[in-house]
Every structure is written in structure tokens, then in C-alpha cells.
Design a protein around this ligand. Structure first.
Ligand code: PLP
Length: 453
């Protein structure tokens, strides 16, 4: 049978769901990601490292809530913390200061000492919005530089050149701002400067040109959580930005507590001015955190003498930096996040050792089948790239890998019960045990000769 017929046969309930969903949601979804053609599967149950679709098919889940669920689904320690929070506090929302806000901030600072002061938001996107506003207020400059291929959430000024088509993107050393979404003012492309990752010479040249307008450089210090910075790249970027009076923002939403407990900044020993984190630290709930130098963070204090509700013409209202949100510092989310860090601090090293071993075993397997393959990534997250290239340093190196074969491989693995993020990023959790990993390796062993020739 044609592979699509096999797919359709075992996912009839998912198809029925999608027909209903399309009537009420554009594309039947609330996000832009469509996992497998001709329609994605619908999941309705999970347990540990696995989830199950509405037809009852089982999958080993390497999506793990886009990396957020580092303890797997419904870890008992997190579940208990959530129940305890509701029982002890008698509610799930105060809207006032509360103790867990401080507990979490202290815990984060243990791993991220650069986050001298901390504020909470409801997603990685929101955290980056605040970081950008803080940088602009602090420098009185209003442009931001970002890197080609880096994602910082759905923020107009940063939703540029994440996946530029080759014809629009310009030279690698001089990347152009290319909008990644409709519905944004054409002006945003003029307001944002694009930089090439891992190329400090070009970065220094471009930043020098725009230093008088640039509030900050924002970077995923490990690109996409998978492409490592060259040995001295981040330190050199720190030096250049310091020299030019431009702030440096590390977006560690994806990498904090996943690529390394202390983030990429800990591994490479670089101190950014501001850091944003999210995903893992929210325990699987909507969460984002901004932190950094006290002198910068202090601008968001309601106690700094300015009054955000002063009249529009007052000098105070010009200076004040607005940051608020109904759910900021949500008690339930903080309880889940703190419980997640409790477990992770004990189990992270073992998780990384298991992930490294799994990567090695995958590498052996591809070698056995004589298919050129390389894994990239760090800690508990990595990608499998079909390529002969020795070095992957940039988004454009990724583009040159064999994506057609990989898509076929992903689909075949999916049919064998292995679910990865489209684009093939593996997020492991502490409950991906030997049984799950062995089953995955066996699936690879079966499907590689079937789909790659
Ligand atoms: N920054 C990075 C590096 C991310 O990977 C993501 C999400 O994938 C975000 C920001 C946006 O976070 P959120 O989806 O929580 O808004």
C-alpha cells in the first residue's frame, strides 16, 4: 500500500478530529506547525515518555512540549506540588506579591548569577518583549540586532530572517532583514539589524556601523539549541558590545536547564546584560523570566519614583517603563517550576549521560548502514543531521543537509512510533529509560535501509 494509505488507515480518528477542527480553527490548529501530511495526529493521553493518539497508537515522545517537559509527562513530584499549592494556598491566583516568587528567583540565581534581579512573564515571547523594552529604555536607543536563523517568539521586530529564502537573505556575511510573517509593518525590516552567527569579524563591522542606533544585540547563544558557538565567539561578542555601548541579551528560553543547568552562559563563561528563560523552568506551564543587571532591571520597579499612571504629559510618564500582567508570577506555575528544578538538580547529570550514550549509539547505527550522519546539540537536546559536513556553524550550514531524506526518515519513524519535533530535534526527559531508547534505536535500524538509498 502507498505509505499515505497506511497512515490514513491507522489514524482515522485523527482525520475525523481534523475535519471538525477545521470548521472552527484556521487549518484546524492554533499554531503554525503541521506535523505530518496529509494531516497531523491528535493526541489525547500521555504517560511518562510516551503519548497516545485518538486512535490508540503509542508514540515515544521526543517533542516533550517543545522541550518544556524535561521530567516527562505528569512527573509525580510536580503533580504533588501542584495539588499541594492549591490545597495550602486555597486558590491558584493571588494577584499580589507572594512567597514563591522569591523562592523561584533565588533558585534561578543559583544557576544564573547574571540574573541579579528577576521579573516574571507568561511565555518566552513575553520575556523577550520586556528584555527589549528594558534595553531601549536603558540606552535611549531604539534598534535591535538579531542573528539570522534565531527565533525569539512572535515579536514583530524579531520575527525576521528566521527562515529566509536563499534568494532574499543576502550574503552570509551581510544578511538582510527578511520578514517571517505577514501582517507586520514593512518598517520592522528597517528597525532590525541582522547578524551572522559565529562570524565575529562581520558582527563587529555591522555593529560598528549601527552602534548609535542599537540598544541591544539579542542572541540564542547556542543557535536553535543545537548549533554551538565557536570557542571564543560569545566572549568576543561580549567584548565588542561592551566597547560599542550596546547591551547583550542572551535568549536562553530553550537552553536554560536543558542544554546545561547553568545555561550556555555558564558553559562558555560569558555574562550578558540581560537573560530570558522559559520552557523547562515553567514545568510545562506558560512561563517566561527576564533577569539581568540590577541597574537595568530596576527600571521596571514601580518603586523607582516614577508613576506609570501619571498624566500623559508628565515627565514621569515619559520615563516609566511599563511591565505588568494579570498572571505574572502565577503561584501554580511557580510551584510546578520549583518542583521541576528540585528533581532536575538531582537527575540532570544522569539525563545528559544517557542522552550522550544515545547519540553515540545512533552514530554507530548510521555508520553500520553507511549513511553520513552527524548529531549536533548539547545536554538533553540534539538533532540528527544527514550530512557529510564536519562543521555546522551557521543556519546556512543546516540548510545544506539532506532534508528530503530526513523528512522521509521522520515519517517512517513516526509510523514506527517515534515522535520528534518536525525539523528533527530530540528533547529527552528523565523518564526516557533504556526501554524507550532501545525501541527508538531498533526503529531507526529498521527504517534507515527502507527510506535512504
Ligand atoms: N526564544 C527561544 C529561543 C525559543 O526557542 C522560543 C520558543 O520556542 C521562544 C523564545 C518563545 O517562547 P514561547 O513559545 O514560550 O513564547
Amino acid at each position: 500500500a502507498h505509505p499515505d494509505e497506511v497512515y490514513t488507515e491507522r489514524t482515522t480518528q485523527s482525520r475525523a478530529h481534523m475535519e471538525r477542527a477545521r470548521k472552527v480553527m484556521p487549518g484546524g490548529m492554533t499554531a503554525n506547525i503541521k506535523h505530518f501530511a496529509p494531516y497531523p495526529i491528535t493526541i489525547n493521553r500521555a504517560s511518562g515518555s510516551k503519548f497516545y493518539d485518538v486512535d490508540g497508537n503509542e508514540y515515544i515522545d521526543y517533542l516533550m512540549g517543545y522541550g518544556a517537559l524535561i521530567l516527562g509527562h505528569a512527573h509525580p513530584h510536580v503533580r504533588e506540588a501542584i495539588v499541594r499549592q492549591v490545597e495550602e494556598d486555597g486558590t491558584w491566583l493571588f494577584g499580589t506579591p507572594h512567597d514563591r516568587e522569591v523562592t523561584m528567583a533565588t533558585r534561578i540565581q543559583k544557576h544564573f548569577p547574571s540574573m541579579e534581579q528577576i521579573r516574571y512573564a507568561n511565555s518566552g515571547t513575553e520575556a523577550n518583549l520586556l528584555a527589549v523594552r528594558l534595553a531601549m529604555a536603558h540606552t535611549n536607543k531604539y534598534k535591535i540586532a538579531k542573528f539570522e536563523g534565531h527565533y525569539h517568539g512572535a515579536i514583530d521586530s524579531l520575527l525576521l530572517s528566521i527562515h529566509p529564502s536563499k534568494s532574499d537573505a543576502g550574503e552570509q556575511e551581510d544578511p538582510q532583514a527578511v520578514p517571517d510573517s505577514g501582517g507586520m509593518s514593512p518598517e520592522v525590516a528597517n528597525e532590525t539589524i541582522i547578524l551572522p552567527f559565529n562570524d565575529i569579524k562581520s558582527c563587529a563591522r555591522i555593529l560598528e556601523q549601527h552602534k548609535d542606533e542599537l540598544a541591544a544585540v539579542i542572541i540564542e547563544p547556542m543557535e536553535g539549541g543545537i548549533i554551538a558557538p565557536k570557542q571564543r565567539f560569545l566572549q568576543q561578542l561580549r567584548k565588542v558590545t561592551n566597547k560599542l555601548g550596546i547591551l547583550l541579551i542572551f535568549d536562553e528560553v530553550k537552553t536554560a536547564f536543558r542544554s546545561a543547568m547553568d545555561g550556555v552562559q555558564g558553559v562558555y563563561d560569558v555574562t550578558p546584560d540581560l537573560t530570558t528563560i522559559g520552557k523547562v523552568v515553567g514545568g510545562g506551564f506558560p512561563f517566561g523570566v527576564v533577569g539581568g543587571k540590577a541597574t537595568i532591571m530596576e527600571q521596571s520597579s514601580p518603586l523607582n519614583g516614577t508613576d506609570i499612571f501619571a498624566g500623559e504629559d508628565s515627565e514621569a510618564s515619559q520615563k516609566a517603563l511599563f511591565h505588568s500582567g494579570t498572571y505574572n508570577g502565577h503561584p501554580l506555575i511557580l510551584a510546578a517550576g520549583i518542583a521541576t528544578l528540585d528533581v532536575l538538580e538531582q537527575e540532570y547529570d544522569a539525563l545528559v549521560a544517557r542522552t550522550d550514550r544515545f547519540r553515540e549509539e545512533l552514530t554507530h547505527l548510521f555508520r553500520k548502514h553507511d549513511i553520513p550522519m552527524k548529531t549536533v546539540g548539547s545536554g538533553a537536546m540534539f538533532s540528527v543531521l544527514l550530512t557529510e559536513r564536519q562543521e555546522i556553524n551557521h543556519y546556512r550550514d543546516l540548510q545544506k543537509c539532506d532534508h528530503d531524506s530526513r523528512k522521509k526518515l521522520d515519517k517512517a519513524l513516526f509510523e514506527a512510533g517515534v515522535y520528534t519535533k518536525p525539523g528533527n530535534r530530540y528533547s529527552l526527559s528523565v523518564v526516557h529509560d533504556d526501554e524507550a531508547l532501545t525501541k527508538t534505536l531498533e526503529a531507526y535500524d529498521r527504517v534507515i535501509p527502507e527510506v535512504i538509498r
